[in-house]
Write a protein that binds this ligand. Structure first.
Ligand SMILES: [Zn+2]
Length: 130
């Protein structure tokens, strides 16, 4: 379950409890109304916890992107045939994604066509190596 799915499920649960609370008021059932009200009180700290987790997650994503950028700066790439190629002591290595410099993964070759499609699973780019 992703963070967004958890927040969506939480919001659905909270909306359901609020609706139940309204029904309890209409039915004038004090016991159900108190129970729903107490449950709603207990989910407030969870809401704050989810917000803190989301903030922390966003911060970590930013840090990872920054670290990846620094790692990529250290590696030297050349750009040709629609892709990035890493320059190593043994020559060129690749293909790498021209956008994010992660390794590209080949799709199966199409018969009769020499160009091959490659996909980046990090930024979801598609590249045809010429
Ligand atoms: Zn990419």
């Amino acid at each position: 379950m992703t963070g967004t799915e958890i927040i969506t499920a939480f919001n659905t649960l909270r909306a359901g409890l609020k609706e139940l609370n309204e029904y309890a008021k209409i039915a004038e059932d004090r016991k159900i109304k108190d129970l729903v009200s107490a449950t709603l009180d207990q989910i407030i700290p969870i809401q704050f916890g989810l917000s803190d987790l989301k903030q922390e997650n966003d911060q970590l994503r930013t840090e990872i992107a920054s670290l990846n950028e620094r790692l990529n700066e250290k590696a030297k790439f050349i750009y040709k045939r629609n892709a990035a190629w890493k320059i190593t002591d043994n020559g060129e290595e690749g293909p790498y994604c021209p956008n994010c410099h992660n390794r590209l993964v080949a799709e199966s070759a199409i018969p009769g066509i020499s160009a091959k499609r490659y996909n980046c699973f990090t930024c979801t780019s598609s590249v045809t190596i010429t």
